[in-house]
Design a binder for this molecule. Structure first.
Ligand SMILES: NC(=O)c1ccc[n+]([C@@H]2O[C@H](COP(=O)([O-])OP(=O)(O)OC[C@H]3O[C@@H](n4cnc5c(N)ncnc54)[C@H](OP(=O)(O)O)[C@@H]3O)[C@@H](O)[C@H]2O)c1
Length: 442
């Protein structure tokens, strides 16, 4: 990190333009106002909002925006000579958010953004644009809200080779899984409850299908391993298929189910995957509940550590946005991913999900009749999958005489497990698509 600020700059305010006045934008305005003297003292100069932009000027926002210069067009705000830094809080991987970031960086103006979707897809090109114009692109708020994980990895742990990062990066999914465990209600019921409480969007697919976590994982992997963003190589599965039954069985087996985002530097290359995982009760991540986020990191000199905090909401996310602004006001400079784009290792091989080696949980609904367990055992044997535990729970009920059968396996490769799963799914006695959950040794 180098200091680019001259002593003359030290006394003049940093003039900020904020585009997007929703949850994060209004939170950022409130924080900048409430902590103005503290921030000025920490940054060595005042942080002044000198322009705002959103779609609807008349909208009631809970913060007074009349005192700020209004721009209908956020790109015009970026172009304004009295704006030194642009804060992009609009969202979306394309459209106005992308155009705004590109415009500001091309003008040599630093950008602070919370936009993980944009950076997961275009982060390398935007980081390169920032470098070409000798300016900064910062994104602490894009991953895990108020947790300073980008800074933690990039600066605090800069001395280490990072070997693994495991994150609970989506508060909505974590809230749903926690509620399902506590209330024994179905996924659909708890999702509705989360939507009523404001923890889930009307269209929750980005959150519950793992895409939001995959965006954030993409950024963490780039910072942790010094590689370009590579969203399209992330294996993504969501939590829609998890039943209360699986949560109960996980508890009985000594595990808890979490939507984990995993980036590992393994022998075959870099693994990037997001999927429901069973982790031991004793793991710190197992006890991160509700809307909280957490990131567990392994490094060669620092060993292991876990960051826990609020991953969303106006206050925590504004805290991260303003931390980036304070760094800019102080004149700190650091490349987006900790190393200049030209130095990022684009040759690191990708270890796809087929490279995973580990244990598995499988839950089947089968018709309760003789020979079924033997057929399941034979399918596993035929594909070289070794069963650790297998149990049938209760006696059959309902029109199909359905009964759950649960098994866990010893550690083995993903391809063998998938082939065994295909064979088991085709058995006439298997009544529903099986539920497969990977067990992670944390
Ligand atoms: N919400 C969180 O907790 C959270 C946490 C971490 C990161 N983030 C990220 O932060 C960003 C903002 O999220 P948010 O939750 O604050 O979103 P939001 O509440 O939906 O607010 C979006 C804002 O962008 C404005 N906007 C939309 N299109 C625009 C356009 N064409 N020109 C100018 N302004 C436009 C909207 O204007 P109007 O108000 O006039 O409609 C609104 O003020 C996203 O990238 C999101 O992924 C959010």
């Amino acid at each position: 990190m180098r200091n680019k600020m001259s002593s003359a700059q030290n006394s003049i305010p940093l003039r900020i333009g904020i585009a997007g006045l929703g949850t994060v934008g209004t939170g950022t305005l409130a924080l900048l106002e409430q902590h103005a003297p503290l921030l000025a003292s920490r940054a060595g100069r005042s942080l002044v909002v000198n322009g705002v932009s959103a779609r609807q000027r008349q909208r009631v926002r809970g913060v007074a925006i009349e005192r700020y210069r209004w721009f209908d067009d956020p790109l015009a705000m970026a172009n304004d000579p009295e704006i030194d830094v642009v804060v992009e809080l609009i969202g979306g991987s394309e459209g106005v958010a992308k155009a705004l970031v590109e415009k500001a960086l091309s003008l040599g103006k630093p950008v602070v953004t919370a936009n993980k979707a944009l950076l997961a897809l275009s982060g390398t090109a935007l980081a390169e644009l920032a470098e070409r114009h000798e300016t900064s692109l910062r994104c602490e708020a894009a991953v895990a809200g108020g947790i300073p994980i980008i800074k933690g990895l990039r600066e605090g742990l800069a001395a280490n080779r990072i070997t693994a990062v495991y994150g609970i990066l989506n508060g909505t999914s974590n809230f749903i899984l926690s509620q399902m465990r506590q209330t024994r209600q179905s996924f659909a019921h708890v999702l509705e409850e989360a939507q009523r409480a404001g923890y889930a969007e009307a269209d929750p697919s980005f959150d519950i299908d793992g895409i939001d976590a995959a965006h954030k994982l993409t950024l963490l992997a780039s910072v942790a391993f010094g590689v370009p963003v590579d969203f399209h190589t992330v294996h993504v599965e969501g939590i829609r298929h998890i039943a209360p039954l699986d949560i109960d069985f996980a508890e009985e087996l000594g595990y808890r189910i979490k939507l984990l985002a995993i980036a590992r530097h393994g022998p075959h290359g870099i693994e990037r995957r997001v999927h429901p995982s069973m982790i031991p009760h004793s793991a710190t991540l197992a006890n991160v509940e509700g809307v909280f986020n957490a990131v567990y990191v392994e490094g060669d000199f620092c060993d292991r550590m876990t960051f826990i905090g609020r991953g969303a909401g106006g206050g925590p996310t504004a805290s991260a946005v303003v931390a980036d602004l304070v760094d800019l006001a102080r004149g700190y400079y650091c490349p987006l991913f900790g190393e200049p784009v030209a130095v990022l290792t684009s040759s690191s091989p990708v270890a796809g999900i087929e490279r995973r080696f580990g244990e598995y949980y499988l839950r089947l609904m089968v018709s309760d009749r003789p020979g079924v367990i033997a057929d399941i055992g034979a399918a596993m044997r035929d594909h070289d999958v070794s069963i650790e535990k297998l149990s049938q729970h209760g006696r059959g009920a309902g029109p199909y005489n359905a009964v759950p059968v649960v098994l866990t396996t010893h550690a083995q490769g993903e391809p063998a497990m998938r082939q065994a799963l295909k064979a088991i799914s085709a058995l006439p006695a298997v009544l529903e698509p099986p539920c497969l959950i990977r067990i992670e040794a944390l």
